[in-house]
Design a binder for this molecule. Structure first.
Ligand SMILES: Nc1nc2c(ncn2[C@@H]2O[C@H](COP(=O)(O)OP(=O)(O)OP(=O)(O)O)[C@@H](O)[C@H]2O)c(=O)[nH]1
Ligand SMILES: [Zn+2]
Length: 365
């Protein structure tokens, strides 16, 4: 297909991949479907460890990078960040240049790191990201791929895995598991033992080799995640399996999923916000202009609640959502609500209208 011409070509890996990685910097790719707990894992790693200089690279889906960034990055730990902008929202078609550039920029600015963590978007194909570290020989001398870690939502994982895709589209969630060296089944607090077993069986059926750990709030023993050396020569079987998977047909992002963001200055009424979110996530009351109900898979926001000095973070994954006060204070007179919605049938104008009409705190009494 024509449009695929620009995508990075996979080249056969050198028969002798780097044996040991002395002096090289490991990269761990952290992937997983929307809202599974990737950023929670990153933040956990950054706060947990103290003897590595870790660089974090995030990539972004859709618009709203400034907001996502502020949502995603923790204050704690020694943290450097670089931002990957995606062209056309298709990771495989843009990650190579941008990804390499992001890493080069990071190194230029900050010198060497001990470790790089790369969080992909929830809809990414980690194979395309991984291949970035193999196609560029020059970079290959500095950096090596240590492993692919896939975070799975214990509550919504099965649903995500069984979602039917339009022809030609692969189920991203399944692909992320197929490519994983380690899967972290997260949010075990939200499911029964039986449900958890079902998730594990499904993961096993997709990837018979993968290691599985179970977590809450992505709290995992760091030795399980870092320095896996999944692609060293000793792990030849693993490597050939991966290469096989990465050669399978070029996947594209699910184009029906899109991102809507907007900013609204002013204070929000907490009760009205709760009702708005519930009507959106639970009741699915909001229709797009074609009359289809908007389905939000992922919701993020920083909001200003009336009477609160601190910024409040709004997080939603499917029907679950939470509002948490952050340590960040609003500056005087710049209380601006920023929201990100990722889902199907979304219409920005309609969403924004509902939001403005219902949630903004009225000063009229
Ligand atoms: N109940 C519960 N909630 C969790 C757990 N881990 C993370 N969450 C919540 O799930 C939501 C999404 O977590 P993130 O870490 O932002 O997920 P993500 O995979 O980075 O999301 P995207 O980057 O948008 O794909 C947040 O509201 C978290 O607080 C858990 O173990 N249990
Ligand atoms: Zn994230």
């Amino acid at each position: 297909m024509e449009e695929e011409d620009d995508c990075p070509e996979l080249v056969p890996i050198d028969p002798k991949p780097p044996v040991s990685s002395v002096g090289q910097i490991p990269v761990t790719i952290i992937t997983g479907y929307l809202g599974a707990g990737k950023t929670t894992l990153l933040n956990y790693i950054l706060t947990e460890q103290h003897n590595k200089r870790i660089a974090v690279i995030l990539n972004e889906f859709g618009e709203g990078s400034a907001l996502e960034k502020s949502l995603a990055v923790s204050q704690a730990g020694e943290l450097y960040e670089e931002w990957l902008e995606l062209r056309n929202g298709c990771l495989c078609c843009s990650v190579k240049d941008n990804g390499l550039k992001a890493i080069e920029n990071l190194m230029e600015k900050k010198g060497k790191f001990d470790y790089i963590l790369l969080e992909t978007t929830g809809l990414a194909d980690p194979g395309a990201v991984a291949s970035m570290f193999w196609v560029d020989a020059e970079l290959g001398s500095d950096i090596y791929l240590d492993g692919i870690v896939t975070v799975i939502d214990a509550k919504y994982g099965l649903q995500q895995l069984s979602e039917e895709k339009a022809e030609g589209l692969l189920n991203e969630a399944a692909r992320q598991i197929a490519l994983a060296d380690l899967t972290i089944i997260n949010k075990t607090d939200l499911v029964s033992g039986e449900d958890l077993d079902r998730v594990k069986d499904t993961v096993r059926s997709i990837n018979g080799l993968v290691k599985i750990v179970e977590t809450q709030r992505s709290r995992v023993d760091l030795s399980e995640v870092l320095d896996l050396h999944s692609f060293d020569t000793e792990n030849a079987a693993n490597l050939s399996e991966k290469l096989h998977l990465m050669r399978s047909p070029h996947p594209h992002l699910d184009k029906s999923i899109l991102t809507v963001t907007f900013e609204v200055p002013g204070d929000l009424s907490e009760d009205a916000l709760n009702l708005f979110v519930q009507d959106l996530l639970w009741e699915k009351l909001f229709l797009n202009k074609g009359g289809q109900p908007m389905t939000v898979i992922r919701l993020k926001g920083i909001v200003a609640l009336a009477g609160k000095d601190h910024q409040v973070m709004l997080q939603g994954v499917h029907e679950l959502y939470e509002l948490n006060e952050t340590p960040e204070r609003w500056e005087e007179n710049v209380r601006i609500n920023r929201l990100v919605f990722i889902g199907r049938n979304l219409d920005k104008d309609v969403l924004q209208e509902h939001f403005l009409a219902r949630v903004l705190h009225k000063l009229d009494n």
